[in-house]
Design a protein. Structure first.
Length: 345
C-alpha cells in the first residue's frame, strides 16, 4: 500500500503532546476507560499481521500521544453510543492515537470515533478490537479532517465465538487518507459486517483495505463499500477474503460501488479470494460508472441545477450508509454540510 501513497507531499510535524479529545457518554455503567499506557499495550501484544504498513504501526506503538483503553464488562448492554471526538485545533497538528477496545462476553456497545476539523496536520492511529464470545459491537470511524491533512488508520479486529461486529468507515476529508481493517474470525459462528462510504474531490487520494481471515466454522463476513469521486480524485480499494482450512460452512461476500462524477477521476479495485476449504460460499464484485444521463436530466427537469442534481445522485449512493451512524449530531453535519459543500462548489 505504501507504494500507492504520494509521500513526496506529506510532512509529519515534530512530536508534541495532543490534548484535543472529548469523550461523550463514558460514565455509563459497565464501561471502564483509561488513557492508553505501556502496560495496556504490553498486555495486548500480538503476532497477527495488520495495518497499512509495519512502519506506520510501529510509529504509533513508539510515539503515540493519545488514545484509550476501553473495557466493557460482561453481560452489559450499553444504551448510548460511546463517542471519542478527536479534534484537530492547531494549524499543524500531530495525532498519533492508540485505542484498545475489549468487549467481554455477551455485552453490547456502539463506539464512535470522530476525527474532525483542522486545516493541516498528520494523523496515524491504531484501533484494536477484541469482541468476546456472544458480544455485539458496532464501531463507526468518521474521518472529516481538513484538506491539508494526511491520515492513516491501522485496525485489528478479533472476533470470538458467536460474536457479531459491525464496522463502518466514513471517509470524506484529508488530502491523503489510507486505512486497513484486518479481521480475524476466530470463533465458530462469529460474524463481521462492514458498510463504508467515501467521497473524494479535487486531488484527494484514498487507499482503503479490508482483509478478512476466516479461521473457524460457520463464520460469516460481508464488506460493502460505496463511494463517489469528483475532479481528479483517486481511490483504490483492496478486498481480501481468506478462508482457512477448517472454516467449514463459512460465508463471505465483498462489494464495491463507485460513482464517477468526472472523466478525470480514477477508481481501482483489487479484490482477492483465497480458499483452503471446500464447503464454503464466497463471492466478490466491483463496479464503477458515471451518472446515468437520463436520470440526471430527469432530476434537472424538476427544477434542480446540474450541481444540485449531481448532489442528489451522490446522496442516493452514500446516504443509506450514513443514515446508520448512531449519533445524530455527526450524522447531520455530514449529510447537510460536508457532502453538499464538496459536491456544490
Amino acid at each position: 500500500m505504501l507504494k500507492r501513497i504520494p509521500w513526496e507531499g506529506i510532512q509529519r510535524p515534530a512530536y508534541k503532546e495532543y490534548n484535543g479529545v472529548n469523550v461523550k457518554d463514558g460514565e455509563q455503567e459497565g464501561i471502564f476507560i483509561k488513557k492508553i499506557d505501556e502496560d495496556v499495550i504490553s498486555s495486548f501484544t500480538t503476532d497477527k499481521l495488520f495495518g497499512i504498513d509495519k512502519k506506520l504501526v510501529e510509529e504509533v506503538r513508539k510515539d503515540y500521544n493519545t488514545g484509550f483503553y476501553i473495557k466493557i464488562s460482561s453481560r452489559k448492554e450499553i444504551k448510548k453510543p460511546l463517542v471519542f471526538d478527536y479534534i484537530a485545533n492547531s494549524q499543524n497538528d500531530l495525532l498519533l492515537d492508540y485505542n484498545v477496545i475489549e468487549v467481554e462476553p455477551y455485552s453490547k456497545i456502539t463506539v464512535v470515533f470522530d476525527y474532525n476539523s483542522g486545516e493541516k496536520g498528520f494523523k496515524n492511529g491504531i484501533t484494536r478490537l477484541i469482541a468476546g464470545e456472544g458480544s455485539s459491537v458496532n464501531i463507526v470511524k468518521i474521518q472529516r479532517l481538513g484538506d491539508g491533512f494526511s491520515d492513516f488508520d491501522n485496525c485489528l479486529v478479533e472476533v470470538e465465538k458467536d460474536a457479531a461486529v459491525s464496522w463502518s468507515n466514513v471517509v470524506i476529508g484529508a488530502q491523503v487518507s489510507a486505512f486497513d481493517v484486518s479481521v480475524y474470525l476466530e470463533g465458530e459462528s462469529g460474524s463481521f459486517t462492514a458498510k463504508s462510504v467515501f467521497l473524494g474531490v479535487d486531488s484527494q487520494v484514498y487507499d482503503m483495505s479490508y482483509r478478512v481471515y476466516h479461521h473457524a466454522p460457520k463464520t460469516t463476513s460481508s464488506v460493502d463499500l460505496k463511494g463517489a469521486l469528483k475532479g481528479s480524485a483517486k481511490a483504490t480499494f483492496i478486498g481480501n477474503i481468506d478462508i482457512k482450512k477448517g472454516a467449514k460452512k463459512a460465508k463471505a461476500e465483498e462489494n464495491e460501488t463507485v460513482l464517477l462524477l468526472d472523466k478525470t477521476v480514477r477508481s481501482i479495485a483489487i479484490p482477492a479470494l483465497y480458499c483452503a476449504e471446500e464447503d464454503v460460499q464466497a463471492n466478490h464484485s466491483a463496479s464503477a460508472g458515471q451518472i446515468d444521463e437520463n436520470k440526471l436530466y430527469y432530476v434537472m427537469s424538476r427544477g434542480f441545477s446540474l450541481e444540485e442534481a449531481r448532489l442528489l445522485m451522490v446522496q442516493a449512493v452514500l446516504n443509506p450508509v450514513i443514515d446508520l451512524i448512531p449519533y445524530d449530531p455527526i450524522r447531520e453535519i455530514i449529510l447537510r454540510g460536508h457532502i453538499g459543500r464538496r459536491i456544490i462548489k
